[in-house]
Design a protein around this ligand. Structure first.
Ligand code: TRP
Length: 336
């Protein structure tokens, strides 16, 4: 039988904070479901993390923990290429090249640069500014058909396409132009204390987000305290416009139990927020418990973790270097 080549998909997350329930329900859970459909590359974007100052031992621990968590969430390292960005030097190498094909004006227009430089006025470094060229390299090295994009990554994906088209326009078809991939059921999980902003690993308010490794009693406490809406009806009804707090909790409950929003409204009819909030907390605890336990177990198995990231880097390098060689040749570098 003729083997059908699968479409290639790629994504990464920076190990600059603890992975949250939002990272799991919004991204990683979808990655797990796509394992067989696509040829997948997933990485820990440690090179991106250093655009903000990191504590070295924390960065190292979080990078390994993130890999353990990917696996604990169900990403099978035999079927997905899981690797650490800095282990594949082609990212830095193509990143430099693409810096020279990305315009100052384009980089100046990136909203993430504007946001981040406003937040960290004391460390507006060159890396923060040219970061999108490294993202373009991360993506284009693997010639992916798709890049899954959330709202906050859309601009990066567009810039990547522009840079790739510019490069191809000069040198011929070197890069595949990736399409943005918007998951059918992308749960967008919001902060528990500020339900109009996304649950984020870099949130200053620890009560706004749930970490994958969090203790059950802390999870329950945060859900009991979650902001609900100040309307008077006090009933569990889905309406993100006027009831963003309750609607977010319903999204979470739906994602972890598989129940529809309609079923949830029926289940809690007449019960009010006081019964609903701890029920969401308990359901989240049961979903995260096996993930936490498995991640803790994997974290202790250093030899296994090492074998996974070494194998991942080898597989990723094979594809990445093929692209890099082509690029070097096209732009006129002498062959090594
Ligand atoms: N920017 C992403 C984050 O903030 C990580 C990332 C780096 C990424 N390079 C990428 C995501 C390429 C998708 C594709 O977590």
């Amino acid at each position: 039988m003729e083997e059908i080549k699968k479409k290639v998909m790629l994504s990464g997350i920076q190990p600059s904070g603890e992975l949250t329930l939002g990272s799991y329900l919004g991204a990683i859970k979808n990655w797990v479901e796509r394992t067989d459909e696509f040829d997948n590359f997933y990485f820990m974007a440690d090179m991106h993390s250093i655009t903000a100052r990191q504590n070295p031992s924390d960065l190292r621990r979080r990078t390994l923990q993130q890999l353990a968590q990917y696996i604990a969430c169900g990403l099978d390292p035999e079927k997905n290429t899981l690797f650490i960005q800095s282990h594949v030097p082609a990212h830095a190498e193509l990143g430099w090249v693409l810096n020279c094909y990305t315009m100052f004006g384009e980089l100046s227009r990136m909203t993430q640069f504007k946001d981040k430089s406003a937040k960290h006025k004391d460390n507006i470094n060159g890396g923060l500014f040219t970061y999108p060229a490294l993202i373009a390299a991360d993506i284009l090295l693997y010639q992916p058909d798709y890049v899954p994009v959330g709202e906050d990554q859309k601009q990066h994906c567009e810039l990547t396409r522009d840079v790739a088209q510019r490069f191809n326009g000069i040198y011929g078809e070197v890069f595949k132009i990736p399409e943005p991939y918007i998951p059918k059921i992308g749960a967008r999980i919001m902060s528990l204390t500020d339900p109009v902003s996304k649950m984020s690993k870099s949130d200053k308010d620890p009560n706004g987000s749930i970490h994958l490794m969090e203790k059950p009693e802390d999870i329950l406490r945060k859900f009991k305290r979650a902001v609900t809406d100040s309307d008077t009806e006090h009933c569990v009804r889905y309406d993100p416009e006027t009831k963003p707090g309750v609607s977010n909790l319903m999204q979470i409950y739906s994602a972890v139990t598989g129940k529809s929003l309609q079923e949830i409204e029926t289940e809690f009819a007449g019960l009010g927020y006081g019964a609903f909030k701890p029920a969401v907390g308990e359901a989240v605890i049961e979903t995260l418990r096996p993930i936490r336990q498995e991640a803790e177990r994997i974290m202790k198995d250093k030899a296994y973790l090492e074998s996974v990231y070494k194998e991942g880097a080898k597989k990723a390098s094979y594809t990445a270097e093929k692209t890099l060689r082509k690029v070097y040749k096209k732009i006129g570098f002498v062959e090594r």
